[in-house]
Design a binder for this molecule. Sequence first.
Ligand code: ATP
Ligand code: MG
Length: 653
Amino acid sequence: MDNLESILSENRVFSPAPEFSERARIGSRAAFDELVAEAERDFEGFWARLAREFVTWDTPFTQTLDDSNAPFFKWFADGKLNVSANCIDRHLPAKADKTAIIGESDDGSVTHISYQELHDRVAKFANALKAQGIEKGDRVVIYLPMIPDATVAMLACARIGAIHSVVFGGFSAEALRDRINDTEAKLVITADGNMRGGKKVILKGQVDKALEHGCPSVEAVIMLEHIGGVATGTSSVKELTWAEAIDGQPAECEPVMVEAEHPLFILYTSGSTGKPKGIVHSSGGYLVNAAMTSSWVFDLNDDDVYWCTADVGWITGHTYVTYGPLALGVTQVIFEGVPTYPDGGRFWDMVERHKVSVFYTAPTAIRALMKLGDEVPNKYDLSSLRLLGTVGEPINPEAWVWYHQVIGGGRCPITDTWWQTETGAHAIAPIPGAIDLVPGSCTLPLPGIIADVVDDHGHSVPTESGGNLVIKKPWPSMLRTIWGDDERFQRTYFPDNLPGYYLAGDSARRDQDGYIWIMGRIDDVINVSGHRLGTMEVESALVAHPEVAEAAVVGRPHDVKGESIVAFVVVKGDRPQGEAAEAMVKTLRDWVAEQIGPIAKPEEIRFGDNLPKTRSGKIMRRLLRGIAKGEPPEGDTSTLENPAILEQLMGND
Ligand code: ATP
Ligand code: MG
């Protein structure tokens, strides 16, 4: 691509507080620079050292990286380990009584699960899986709500070498069936249903429907009785309840040691840009980065109470709920409900009650909670917090500053973590005790991650110009392939025009300090009269207006300019209509012109009650591109959260 123009300027810098740095794992820029230098000096030696530091190996590896069949890289290939033993057994007996998981349900009831209890539950369930004939390498689909049992099910699979594929509980029967069939899963683990915002959501019915439509590989279903009152035995295959499955099973289960490259799981991407891809992750390399980044980026210590609000159905819920924090033996919160029930103070109430110290959530949640006003969080004691994190989308500086001031009391660093299902773990993120923060930038690549911004031929672009975000060398937790589709893996991530670099699919720029700014998906770049603009920057300007809650921007073909900008805006309060809408359009066009220049002025602005989002909360701009052109949106909508919004934005309601 040509160079992108950068129109967003953000100069506020937040340096790590000395109190934070003093006790941090990596507590200075010099310490950080030394790690970067170590990785440069001896790339393999660096990763081998970390792999020994963060993972307990049953058979130590002798070879670090095998690149003989690039881009199908292998890491630590002759080593053997068990991931569940790393997350549980190695903390025993020392941490037997330490709380591993604080589970809070929708209705506010709380359970504490110690590391010993977690061990026993995982062992029993792993034995139950074995009793159903599940063996090393078999695929198991997990379709469960965000409850501790989901983590138990994942770890039980890992214990016996079965490959799990978690399907987000909000997905429909069709999405579930596609994933079951793509993985050829032998077993499905589900629940009768779950509670969200005081309402029952039935999960088992979706499984029945999926199986009715044909899932020939499935031999059995295990259903957790979680809400009660839902009949089992209605699908066409063998069914048993979780309680029946573990009945009589011992609380010991010898972990199966697997090769480092043995797949730990398959996880489908969120589908923002197209048909979801079944991303395959390894056991050894994946765990190295999961544990290392949890330690470095979240600075997790023994006395922290950590809470990541992501669902286990997403990569964030894999790496930063199940695997990373448990590998470090910390205490974490797992929450079944929604941030707005019983009211918009739920998150902050939970932070206060559980004394959460490290909190990780998505920009979409931050913007939604910001919209409710400062009074809500101000009612709670948030003084236990010491570090905040975000993931999933670029965070616009307005939301960043609100998160920093109102939630973090101005004292907590914010780690804006850039990564993907494919990277397995954080790739670009500020290490909080070491790196100065600038709102809106995910700052610097982690030591050992050789990221760059390049043109379409792989040449680094100049400072401040936009280009393709790439990672030039392999890293342990990188995806190994797309399940069943090596060809798509190569074509998508290692295209011929780049010299063996991993292509992330995002556009980015680097500033004078080397800081990386994610500008959006490569597809989201808009070319207005020869100026290439990132959607993110126009959106940030819109959201900076006091009356705007959220905005999405797309390009529309234009005879003269090439493309023009169309903005979809959600305001705080009611959606403006008629004259009020016209007035608001004028205000916002002028505002954007003032904030970043006339070139970025949207040609059209439409208002909606919300925006089309994936179930993981990301804006689906590819659907908005159709709407902007006056065409019905096309392509895969199976992961869309709120289909009705498309009609409203098309102007049909
Ligand atoms: P699909 O690949 O199917 O379109 P997806 O890319 O939304 O789905 P994920 O792997 O969950 O699925 O998301 C990774 C993407 O999220 C990144 O490529 C990037 O676009 C965006 N992202 C994640 N974290 C950040 C961040 N901190 N800043 C900016 N963008 C981010
Ligand atoms: Mg993606």
